[in-house]
Design a protein around this ligand. Structure first.
Ligand SMILES: [Zn+2]
Length: 92
């Protein structure tokens, strides 16, 4: 799987391509590892909200959530829509 998803990285603060390496999801710029966020949903949400607010759009956030939590796409989309709603962010 080759990712085309850019996420604003909480570590280097750049929009980094997400790369998948042996089941781990890393920032291409600084190798920040998103995978452990599976056990830290609050921090994961923070990163997702930051990306939605930054205008990165919902698709990257949905894909990241799906990969990290291993939820089906519909559930990931539902979660992102809920996050946007709770934080009064307009998605489209
Ligand atoms: Zn980074």
């Amino acid at each position: 799987m080759k990712s085309q998803i850019y996420i604003k990285c909480p570590q280097c603060q750049k929009n980094g391509l997400i790369i998948e390496n042996r089941g781990r999801f890393l920032c291409a710029n600084c190798q920040y590892d998103y995978t452990p966020l599976n056990e830290d949903p609050g921090k994961l949400d923070e990163i997702l909200i930051d990306n939605l607010e930054d205008g990165g759009g919902p698709l990257g956030a949905i894909a990241l959530y799906e990969w990290i939590t291993l939820q089906p796409p519909q559930e990931a989309a539902r979660h992102i829509q809920q996050l946007a709603k709770d934080n009064k962010i307009k998605l489209f």
